[in-house]
Design a protein around this ligand. Structure first.
Ligand SMILES: [Zn+2]
Length: 458
């Protein structure tokens, strides 16, 4: 009996050690996180006080309805545009590469949602990158607002969450990146016309196409500060959505055949951008899960990224996970003791800070990164349980320090492994049929380009 007891104790101890090791391995599997100190410092500069000041400052104009006054200094959409322009010019003072412009466009007309033709204004800040870098990264936020009746241009329509949350995030990013050396050109677009059919965004997407911008990524921020759901009463400020199109709107027949051949229905460039935002956003933002939503936007509702997708650009929408339908597009009033309308009390500034951090870190990591590799392909000409992947050095920009081969199982939403490669090819003992592969360029400081999906080459 004694022996048995001693043996049991021994076995029990071994089991406990084994169990402990198993728990350590699963709970704390070794993920190495390398942060770029420049990005970390910038993220630490985000101030909720500044964002609160800008949300309250813009609320004072009562409404930013697209048909509201353009000329009054204290009321309407014109006053809001002037406020945004003034703030941006203040930040631009410290940086000669920072310019601010008003982009006016004609909108509406008889029979349209606006009912008559008017001139609307987008306010666009441009922070020029290095001279040899022609890449452009755009952040969008619409600044117009509406109440319950979208024809009513005088009723109080604070739009604190929809969308002063996005506006104040972009203003804070403008303030922080002014004077900083970042590789690519950054455009911060404060758009009008959203509530009447994404008009300001459509105008900017047209300009980007006509002027042949090398626009590599568009991040639309629309409603990023509400953390309390209506109906279901959930309070959660630790999860945010990134919407991305599945099959690109602009896909042609040849591209469709290629997609089917590669089973690449989850690998559109916009989906790669969404994954990229998840990785870089979570790297620099604690207490936040970035949830990929496999949709361009919500049912029957669109956003300013969509006109960019329709022109073939890589564009996603960042949006709160839980919406509050008592606040969005509601008349501001108290009914049965309950507050309705999009008031500042519905803005969760800590949540807004985290979502601003997601934007800033993704934007900076991408702007610092080398250009993407080209001709990324998987050799599918022979049957082998090895996979050969090759690519070419980017045609433009600084030579990357190296590349990451990205690997994921076919049913995984995100890339699971990264292998650093110095050259431009790799042969690995994994079957090409069981995984998806991608390649991204990496800078000396570890900043990654957007991943390029590896396509089968016969
Ligand atoms: Zn909106």
């Amino acid at each position: 009996m004694k022996n048995t007891y001693a043996n049991w104790k021994f076995i029990n101890g071994t089991l406990l050690v084994a169990l402990a090791l198993f728990l350590v391995n699963t709970a704390f599997s070794q993920t190495i996180i390398n942060k770029d100190p420049r990005i970390e410092a910038a993220v630490n500069e985000i101030s909720t006080d500044n964002m609160r000041e800008n949300v309250s400052g813009l609320l004072k104009f009562h409404t930013r309805h697209n048909l509201s006054s353009q000329n009054r200094v204290d009321f309407g959409i014109g006053a809001a545009a002037t406020y945004i322009e003034r703030k941006l010019k203040e930040y631009a003072k410290s940086d000669s590469r920072f310019t601010v412009e008003r982009v006016n466009y004609k909108a509406g007309g008889a029979g349209t949602r606006l009912g008559r033709e008017i001139t609307l204004t987008n306010v666009v800040a441009t922070i020029k990158g290095n001279q040899s870098d022609d890449r452009v990264i755009a952040l969008l936020a619409h600044y117009d607002s509406r109440s319950e009746d979208n024809a009513d241009s005088t009723t109080f329509a604070p739009g604190a969450n929809d969308n002063l949350s996005g506006v104040s995030a972009l203003l804070e990013i403008a303030r922080i990146i002014a004077g900083k050396e970042i590789g690519a050109t950054i455009k911060l677009m404060f758009l009008s016309g959203e509530e009447h059919g994404l008009l300001g965004a459509a105008h900017m997407a047209q300009i980007a196409q006509d002027e042949k911008w090398n626009l590599i990524a568009v991040l639309n921020n629309d409603m990023i500060s509400n953390s309390h759901s209506s109906d279901t009463d959930i309070r959660n400020n630790s999860i945010v959505r990134v919407f991305s199109e599945n099959i690109p709107f602009t896909e042609n027949e040849a591209q469709a055949r290629e997609r089917v051949f590669n089973s690449a229905e989850n690998d559109s460039p916009s989906r790669q951008l969404a994954r990229y935002i998840k990785e870089s956003g979570e790297r620099y933002t604690e207490n936040l899960t970035i949830k990929l939503i496999y949709r361009n936007d919500r049912y029957g509702r669109g956003g300013d990224h969509t006109p960019f997708n329709r022109k073939g650009f890589t564009a996603v929408r960042i949006c709160e996970f839980y919406e509050n339908y008592d606040r969005t597009h509601q008349k501001t009033e108290i009914r049965d003791g309950k507050q309705y309308g999009d008031v500042i009390e519905g803005v969760d500034f800590e949540y807004l800070r985290k979502n601003t951090s997601v934007n800033l870190s993704s934007l900076m990591n991408l702007a610092f990164a080398p250009y993407e590799p080209s001709n990324v392909s998987t050799n599918v000409s022979s049957l082998s349980n090895y996979t050969e992947i090759s690519w070419k050095v980017p045609a433009k920009g600084a030579k990357p320090n190296g590349y990451y081969l990205l690997i994921r199982e076919t049913d995984s939403p995100v890339w699971q492994r990264k292998i650093f490669v110095k050259g431009t090819e790799i042969k690995i003992p994994l079957s090409k049929d069981n995984y998806f592969f991608g390649v991204q360029s990496v800078s000396d400081n570890g900043n990654e380009s957007l991943p390029v999906f590896s396509k089968g080459l016969r």
